[in-house]
Design a protein around this ligand. Sequence first.
Ligand code: ATP
Ligand code: MG
Ligand code: MG
Length: 281
Amino acid sequence: GHQLGGRYEVIERIGGGGMALVYKAQDILLNRNVAIKVLRQQFVHDEEFIRRFRREAQSAASLSHPNVVSIYDVGQEDEIHYIVMEYIEGQNLNEIIKERAPLQVEEAVRIACQIADALDHAHHNQIIHRDIKPHNILIGRNGRVKVTDFGIARAVTSTTITQTGSVVGSVHYFSPEHAKGVVTGEKSDLYSLGIVLYQMLTGQLPFLGESPISVALKHLQEDFEEPRLLNPLIPQSVENIILKSMRKDPNERYQSALEMQTDLETCLFPDRLQEPKAMFD
Ligand code: ATP
Ligand code: MG
Ligand code: MG
């Protein structure tokens, strides 16, 4: 296998999207597995892509949270730009949805809860993920959720909207404001999380279309089929969370990831909010 940085022995390819390829590798120095994301060859002479790739590493590295994939190292060797990160043994959520959606309500809510926790942490650090979708959610063998791919994440304060090339991100998870092309904030991530929860529980996407434009227009204009009509096992309380996170008007959504997480937790532990009864009987 190929060796990088005099330290990482590449084992096999495990994934990759439009911008990068992801490999499993062995860190020889620390004797542990790592995942290495490598900027695709066609972009290595494009300064904009190199900047974007570095920004991805910086956004992710500024976070430290059990539900966010940890960044260990970055480097460049000749034309190979790479990010070394925590290796997650398991599956991405897209594979799980394809394999066995609709998921059990408890499992889906547990997953959404951990994503909300990761978003709360990112938002508190002024990072908007902007590409929340099942491919970017890794589920470890222990069931622990790890959010990855801060490839198009932006600092909230950043005003740079330089976006060359094709559409970045998946239009199926775009918020209406993202679809319109206006600057997006925290609530855009919450909308995307609502779609992920919808998909976990119904096995379907709320909006489908012939082209990215037609899907984007549906986010802006159309109502989606209510989750409970597709899966009657979904409790009303969970449907309410999906509906609130997927409101077209960002002001009508949850005010924060924490607020959404709190509602999700209440679905998991409904007793918590009740009076302790037996105590003084
Ligand atoms: P996209 O087209 O979504 O932008 P990308 O090139 O940015 O893709 P990632 O989304 O970071 O790449 O990773 C692609 C896939 O590689 C993931 O869906 C996952 O299956 C796998 N993968 C990524 N990071 C890890 C990791 N740290 N541990 C294990 N597998 C990973
Ligand atoms: Mg990705
Ligand atoms: Mg990406």
